[in-house]
Design a protein around this ligand. Structure first.
Ligand SMILES: Nc1ncnc2c1ncn2[C@@H]1O[C@H](COP(=O)(O)OP(=O)(O)O)[C@@H](O)[C@H]1O
Ligand SMILES: [Mg+2]
Length: 257
């Protein structure tokens, strides 16, 4: 989940896709790369004794395997994902990574060597700094998350160029899973920017996730949206994340860069 802009829904989409995995009993790992740790708390993890920072501090293959905790999502009705938590201390890692004379782009990729899950979701911070770059070096594909707001399309273009540059430096290409348009409201303005994204970036723009009160309620309650039951809008939101999950995880829709 990547976008240098904050507040567009990276974490929300990460949690929505993890909720789909939960509801389908899919073995999922969420890695929280954002010092704000919103994905960590959205998954019901507090006071973890370690964080993803440990994996970034050293160059150790498989380090992630010792940094996973079970999420606090319910055992009933689904399969809780595992979590590699973030902490605010992670913010201090980025300047330290910059001092590595041979580069520290691939610490997370190395830490993930040999770590196996059906799905691994990496929630990136709102910048194109070394934390995000580590996410891009570790991922098979990048899902750009945006909201249909002013100049969103330009921001998406900038990320796509970054993805391209990272891809060129990797042994295997980094694919574009698509552009997820999140928090689409019913205003004319939102529809205008949504159309703009679709005309600028074509078929990589995926069906929108609409703005619904149930979505932040699920995050705040540390529950998968699929577990909100009859709460208005919850089922519709869950269905949109299910559809997104199918599109993003299916290799046919992935676009080489
Ligand atoms: N589809 C949605 N409907 C309603 N609120 C949303 C939706 N997506 C995100 N939000 C809210 O918008 C805010 C920013 O989302 P967040 O996922 O934290 O963005 P990011 O991770 O990109 O910074 C949060 O308060 C979140 O609950
Ligand atoms: Mg976030």
């Amino acid at each position: 989940m990547v976008n240098q802009k904050g507040g567009v829904g990276k974490t929300t989409v990460a949690l929505g896709l993890a909720a789909t995995a939960w509801s389908r009993n899919i073995d999922c790992l969420v890695i929280d790369l954002d010092p704000q740790a919103n994905a960590t708390t959205g998954l019901g993890v507090w006071d973890a004794p370690f964080s993803v920072d440990q994996a970034l501090a050293e160059e150790r293959p498989g380090a992630i395997s010792g940094l996973r905790v079970p999420s606090g999502w319910p055992n009933e009705g689904g399969r809780p994902p595992s979590v590699v938590p973030a902490t605010p201390a992670l913010a201090a890692r980025e300047p330290q990574l910059l001092t590595d004379p041979i580069g520290a782009n691939d610490r997370l990729a190395i830490a993930l060597e040999g770590v196996r899950h059906d799905v691994i979701i990496i929630d990136c911070p709102p910048s194109l700094g070394l934390l995000t770059v580590n996410g891009l070096f570790a991922a098979d594909r990048a899902l750009v998350v945006t909201e249909p707001g002013a100049w969103a399309s330009d921001g998406v273009g900038q990320i796509l160029r970054t993805v391209h540059r990272v891809s060129n430096r990797r042994q295997s290409p980094l694919e574009i899973a698509g552009v997820a348009v999140n928090r689409l409201g019913r205003t004319r303005d939102a529809r205008y920017w949504d159309q703009q994204l679709r005309s600028d970036h074509g078929d990589i723009v995926l069906p929108a996730v609409h703005m619904r009160a149930a979505v932040p309620e699920a995050s705040a309650g540390s529950l998968p949206i699929h577990a909100l039951g009859a709460r208005p809008g919850a089922q519709e939101a869950a269905a949109e994340f299910d559809n997104l999950f199918d599109l993003v995880m299916t290799s046919e829709v992935a676009h080489g860069v």
